[in-house]
Ligand binder design. Structure first.
Ligand SMILES: Nc1ncnc2c1ncn2[C@@H]1O[C@H](COP(=O)(O)OP(=O)(O)O)[C@@H](O)[C@H]1O
Ligand SMILES: [Mg+2]
Length: 203
């Protein structure tokens, strides 16, 4: 049986206002459970394609399909609604807040309100981190943790927002060799780790 295609980009053409053709009729697709690495030199157009998939850039031509349905992804909000998550090269975390609070912020924006109840926020984040086997202390402040832990927080934030398709832009560029190995092991483990609904608090 062939695997289910979860994402397809067809004939994507992206021309920036300065005339640079960043994506020239690109075709790309991902099936369930697959991990793809997009390889190309600096300026090849990798980030541009990822930004198009996450609604941060609009292509001049081409189509996008999510779970077989033709879609328009015109904002990150829309991408998140479609189950797409993005871990940017430069993290977008609130430094003075804890890991748990940053994770809860992502949840609040899309699913419901659990903020202010710190006990709830901590146990919510802790359960999530445990389920995905992320060995982190969710009570640590972002400003006090390593780059590798910040990246884990970004990944958890995307998962908490309901990401089924996870995009990571140059995730190993900021990591040590040990952290890189750990990231790959974790991503490999994701195939069998759908998020059970019991992890989400009822609001
Ligand atoms: N916002 C932008 N405006 C104009 N040109 C851009 C913009 N972003 C990227 N580019 C250009 O588009 C090309 C592809 O860039 P990018 O997608 O960032 O490549 P990669 O991620 O593979 O290094 C490069 O020539 C880059 O200079
Ligand atoms: Mg790039």
């Amino acid at each position: 049986m062939s695997k289910k295609e979860v994402l397809r980009a067809a004939n994507i053409l992206k021309v920036y206002p300065n005339g640079i053709v960043a994506n020239k009729k690109v075709n790309f697709s991902v099936c369930e459970g697959e991990i793809h690495a997009l390889i190309g030199e600096n300026g090849a157009g990798k980030s541009t394609l990822m930004k198009i998939l996450f609604g941060m850039e609009t292509p001049e031509e081409g189509e996008l399909y999510v779970q077989g349905e033709k879609v328009t992804i015109d904002s990150p909000k829309k991408a998140i609604q479609l189950g797409i998550g993005m871990v940017h090269q430069h993290f977008m975390l609130v430094e003075p807040l804890t890991i748990a609070e940053n994770i809860a912020l992502g949840y609040e924006q899309t699913k419901g309100k659990i903020l202010m109840d710190y006990k709830k926020v901590n146990s919510f984040a802790e359960d999530f981190a445990k389920h995905y086997e992320f060995n982190i202390n969710v009570k640590s402040r972002i400003e006090d943790v390593s780059v590798g832990v910040k990246q884990k927080t970004e990944i958890l934030k995307a998962l908490v927002r309901g990401a089924k398709i996870l995009i990571l832009d140059e995730p190993t560029a900021v990591l040590t060799p040990q952290e890189t190995r750990e990231l790959f092991e974790q991503l490999n483990g994701f195939e069998t780790k759908d998020t059970p609904s019991s992890l989400f608090p009822i609001n």
